[in-house]
Design a binder for this molecule. Structure first.
Ligand SMILES: *Cc1c(COP(=O)(O)O)cnc(C)c1O
Length: 359
């Protein structure tokens, strides 16, 4: 036994996807954008003067918050900048969940939620998604009954990619008595034809907190930058109480602001990812996979009859292709595959054809 609290000693940590050192490995396992970040991001980092590193940065990242507020048609008071979207999850728990009070999830879902709950000394109260992975009717009422004050909903859903509509989210926000954190880590990849915009919920409901990240859409997973959008009353305690004193550094603030200002560059990468999402899904279905319709930059593909998902993941890895496998109920017969560049996707499909021919 070490010196840590009992709850920490007993918990299992988060298991991240592999990050191999070799640049030859094709990484379709952690949902990074396959295209590089905007050149404006690198210019902004180079342009940071030494003086900006000698001094402390803007504590609440005011420049970034102002840019994000303009982008979303809200005010700075509706925005909190965080060290990756994951920090917003931790801050929301610290702000809205009494230690010991349950945290609500709808499973399967992001595997970090239960880890953060445990670290807080809370358990997870979970409901199951419907057969088709949609959010069940009456979820809010059941969460209320269980005494949940913070409910996590991933939209588009991970790991299936399925979208919950804004009216559905609004109904949950109306019926739920606590805070609904809508984890929009992948929202940038939603087809614009669907006109999906959850920011309107922030204006109409004081209990909706949206999570955004620059990790996926803006090709900046290494930067660690995300933000929360919510009513000023929801954001205020996170901004001035539970946030680390200088939670986002000067370089990251400059880079993240430049990324949003040159959003047009990233919009083009989203379009390319969407085109490949359609092509890759069709090709996988032709190979016999059952693939959920996805509005994110990954596909959840249930392997064909007779094949084993875990073995297939291992077989791909020996060929230098990484995909994600989850040993969890309802998804342990599936691979979660990040949509890559056309060349990367072709290599994946060729490797899968070889593996399936041997099954
Ligand atoms: C990637 C991801 C996040 C946030 O990741 P950060 O890199 O910390 O911004 C949040 N939720 C889900 C479901 C994700 O996949």
């Amino acid at each position: 036994m070490g010196y840590e609290r009992k709850g920490i000693a007993a918990m299992h940590g988060y298991v991240p996807g592999k990050q191999p050192v070799s640049p030859d490995v094709i990484k379709l396992n952690t949902n990074e954008n396959p295209y590089p970040p905007s050149p404006a991001v690198m210019q902004a980092i180079h342009a940071v003067p030494p003086e900006a590193l000698r001094k402390y940065p803007s504590p609440a990242a005011d420049g970034f918050r102002s840019t994000a507020a303009k982008l979303h048609g809200v005010t700075m008071e509706n925005v909190v900048a965080t060290n990756g979207g994951d920090e917003l999850l931790r801050m929301a728990i610290a702000t809205f969940v009494e230690p010991g009070q349950p945290i609500g999830t709808i499973e399967p879902s992001y595997s970090l939620y239960p880890v953060l709950a445990e670290a807080h000394g809370s358990r997870v109260f979970h409901l199951d998604l419907e057969e088709d992975f949609s959010v069940p009717e009456g979820a809010a009422a059941k969460m209320n009954e269980a005494g949940v004050n913070l409910l996590f909903i991933v939209c588009p859903h991970a790991p299936s990619g399925q979208l919950t509509s804004v009216p559905q989210l609004a109904a949950i926000a109306r019926d739920f008595k606590g805070v609904v954190l809508v984890d929009e880590a992948y929202v940038d990849f939603v087809d614009p034809a669907l006109a999906h915009d959850a920011v309107e919920l922030v204006r109409e409901h004081d209990n909706v907190l949206l999570l955004r990240t620059l990790s996926k859409g803006y090709s900046l997973a290494g930067l660690r930058f995300g933000y929360g959008l919510g009513a000023a009353s929801l954001i205020e305690p996170m901004l001035w109480k539970t946030r680390d004193s200088y939670n986002v550094d000067a370089l990251a603030q400059a880079a993240a602001t430049a990324a949003l200002e040159d959003r047009a560059y990233s919009v083009d990468t989203w379009k390319r990812v969407r085109a490949e999402r359609v092509r890759l899904r069709e090709a996988l279905m032709e190979l016999g996979f059952r693939v959920h319709p996805s509005q994110s930059n990954f596909l959840l593909a249930h392997v064909p009859a007779g094949a084993r998902a875990r073995a297939m993941r291992d077989g791909l890895e020996t060929q230098g292709l990484l995909v994600r496998y989850f040993d969890a109920p309802r998804i342990d017969d599936a691979l979660r595959i990040t949509v890559g560049t056309p060349e990367q996707n072709d290599k994946l499909l060729a490797a899968l054809r070889v593996i399936l021919a041997a099954v």
